[in-house]
Design a protein around this ligand. Structure first.
Ligand code: NDP
Ligand SMILES: Nc1nc2c(c(=O)[nH]1)N=C([C@H](O)[C@@H](O)CO)CN2
Length: 235
């Protein structure tokens, strides 16, 4: 019987590569997306059960959770990948920024973990929750203060949910630094960003997938954050 994984933010970049790889490996993948693109139809054609959910809207999160509880008796993994990398507002809309960052990176994962914990407990083996945080959760960020704070809160929830859901469910985090550049990143930015780590490179999507696969295969790691930072922490 195929294992069932719910991955948030499957529509592009790391979430897209990860969900496609797990589909290829025979996982039954439930994915959430915010933006309707042709990619979503491609994923559906590969067998993904895809739901349009904007985590900014609490009712959409609640409705989504209700559908999952109605349609599934178990989950083997829940991966919180969805994220918006929002800098501080330059129009003074500071309450909106921090509230949105907390909503996407903390509130939605918090409610989904609590509401879907019974499905995880129904897994045949050990189940997994993986929070995708960020290197800046430990170090802070001058230009993404609210983002970093929300990722730090998500990292802290790893500790609490690991205690709450053991021994049946492992709860870990992955804290990437530079994994993928964005299309808008110019060469000057890329040179500067690579130089922040002592390995002087970006991690790449496969590094992220290997970290997920390691945590899913583990039977003795929980409450931990797996850093993917190219040695930036000792620079
Ligand atoms: N890329 C990197 O170098 C790094 C990434 N990370 C973390 O890794 C994870 C993946 O990164 P990456 O692939 O670059 O992320 P992207 O920002 O490229 O994509 C994030 C995904 O989250 C979805 N999303 C964003 N906002 C919302 C929302 N309000 N509701 C629902 N879904 C939403 C997007 O949906 P849609 O596309 O459908 O709009 C998108 O698919 C993230 O958690 C990120 O913080 C951490 C450090 C470095
Ligand atoms: N949701 C996202 N979070 C982050 C992204 C991103 O593209 N989407 N990118 C980064 C950067 O790579 C940063 O780590 C280095 O410039 C961080 N988080």
């Amino acid at each position: 019987m195929s294992k069932v994984v719910l991955i948030t933010g499957v529509g592009r970049r790391l979430g897209l590569v990860l969900s496609t790889r797990l589909l290829e490996q025979g996982w039954q993948v439930i994915g959430t997306y915010r933006t309707e693109t042709p990619v979503i139809e491609t994923l559906r054609n590969l067998g993904m059960e895809a739901y349009k959910v904007d985590f900014k809207i609490q009712q959409e999160v609640n409705d989504f959770i209700g559908k999952i509880k109605d349609r599934h008796a178990r989950l083997d993994a829940l991966i919180h990948n969805a994220s918006d990398w929002l800098p501080e507002s330059d129009t003074g809309r500071h309450f909106e920024t921090i509230e949105y960052m907390m909503q996407v990176h903390v509130n939605a994962p918090y409610v989904m973990n609590l509401e879907l914990s019974a499905l995880l407990q129904a897994s045949d083996g050990m189940a997994d929750i993986i929070h995708v945080t960020d290197y800046v959760a430990e170090k802070g960020s001058q230009k993404h203060i609210a983002y970093a704070a929300s990722k730090a809160a998500l990292a802290n929830m790893t500790l609490s949910f690991a205690q709450l859901l053991a021994p049946k469910v492992k709860v870990n985090a992955i804290a990437p630094a530079l994994m993928l550049f964005n299309e808008t990143d110019d060469n000057q930015y890329k040179v500067k960003a690579r130089a922040k780590s002592i390995l002087q490179r970006e991690g790449g999507a496969d590094e992220f997938i290997r970290a997920v696969e390691y945590l899913l295969a583990s039977t003795y790691v929980t409450g931990r954050t797996l850093p993917l930072d190219g040695g930036r922490h000792i620079k």
